[in-house]
Ligand binder design. Structure first.
Ligand code: ATP
Length: 304
């Protein structure tokens, strides 16, 4: 079957469809980031500066990175992602040089989005830090952002768990002067996120229908109706069953963020897989097609 498989393994372009439960936030993101990237002329016409920097803030695992990736893809921008702590440790002693290179890469590939995850780690309050490296890093970042103006369409998206953990100089106009909160999802948000992460997973009861759909063509027309009847569940029934399971999960996962819901879905699929393990012959290269057809994830797999 060529049903798409869910998962963010990097092999696929991330779009807004992959972001669940952040409708207003996405609207804000599109206005603040996507619009100026795609239509700088609108901003020029009105005499306003498009933003150079946007801060996405909120708890870990709520989708900040996901949004940055989506917005870059959707606006056809070159995407460069760096993690604050990684730049600090990996390029210790040459972090300023590394930052310069990143901005150069962004400029020569413009329009570009530079995503800096855990911005607070490379740009903490300067008075709070003792490290000379961090101090120089903040200064360098300020220099690079101030220099962006004339050089074209480069936007820096910073992510942080807390905005007040960032050097105030970085939040002045012309720098990271837009802030968008990405919060913990509510029940409706969790439902959307769960649907995204279980997309393509055959859920309880669904396999019979899938099997029927695959073989329906082979059944002589006059017997089809009878065959459909035998597979008790209709498409509608399966869909509502799926909906019920997802709603039940959403109502029981208060406090879960997107990353938690993703691992919940993944864990459930792994549990289902373990149930089928006895039927898999590890010596053989192929899994029997019959087994593939009957594999499904049940509600039990989602609960402990
Ligand atoms: P951190 O601050 O730890 O970097 P983050 O807010 O950037 O966290 P992401 O890295 O975007 O979080 O989220 C991790 C993974 O969790 C994502 O790749 C995605 O699979 C899932 N996820 C998080 N939020 C959402 C969401 N709103 N919709 C769908 N999936 C989500």
């Amino acid at each position: 079957s060529d049903k798409p498989v869910s998962g963010f393994d990097g092999s696929r372009q991330i779009s807004y469809e992959d972001v669940g439960g952040l409708k207003n936030e996405l609207k804000n993101v599109r206005e603040t980031i996507e619009l100026p990237m795609r239509h700088p002329e609108l901003f020029r016409k009105l005499g306003i500066e498009p933003p150079k920097g946007v801060l996405l803030y909120g708890p870990p695992g709520t989708g900040k990175t996901l949004i940055a990736r989506a917005v870059a893809n959707e606006s056809g921008a070159h995407f460069i992602s760096i993690a604050g702590p990684e730049v600090l440790s990996k390029y210790y002693g040459e972090t300023e040089q590394r930052l310069r290179e990143i901005f150069e890469e962004a400029e020569s590939n413009a329009p570009s989005v530079i995503f800096i995850d855990e911005l607070d780690s490379i740009a903490p309050h300067r008075e709070e830090v003792t490290g000379e490296v961090e101090r120089r890093m903040v200064a360098q970042l300020l220099t690079m952002m101030d220099g962006l103006e004339e050089r074209g369409q480069v936007l820096v998206i910073g992510a942080t768990n807390r905005v007040d953990g960032i050097d105030p100089a970085l939040r002045r106009p012309g720098r990271f002067d837009r802030e968008i909160e990405i919060g913990v999802p509510d029940e409706t948000g969790r439902l959307e996120i769960l649907k995204i992460h279980t997309y393509g997973m055959p859920l309880e009861g669904e396999v019979h229908r899938i099997y029927l759909e695959e073989t329906l063509d082979e059944i002589p027309e006059e017997y089809r109706e009878e065959a459909e009847k035998r597979y008790e569940l209709t498409v509608e029934e399966i869909e509502s069953q799926r909906e019920r399971l997802m709603q039940d999960l959403a109502s029981r996962t208060n406090g879960f963020v997107g990353a938690d819901l993703q691992s919940l879905a993944r864990e459930a699929a792994m549990r289902a897989l373990r149930r089928y393990l006895p039927e898999i012959d590890l010596e053989k290269d192929e899994v029997p097609p019959e087994l593939l057809k009957k594999m499904e994830v049940t509600s039990r797999d989602f609960s402990d």
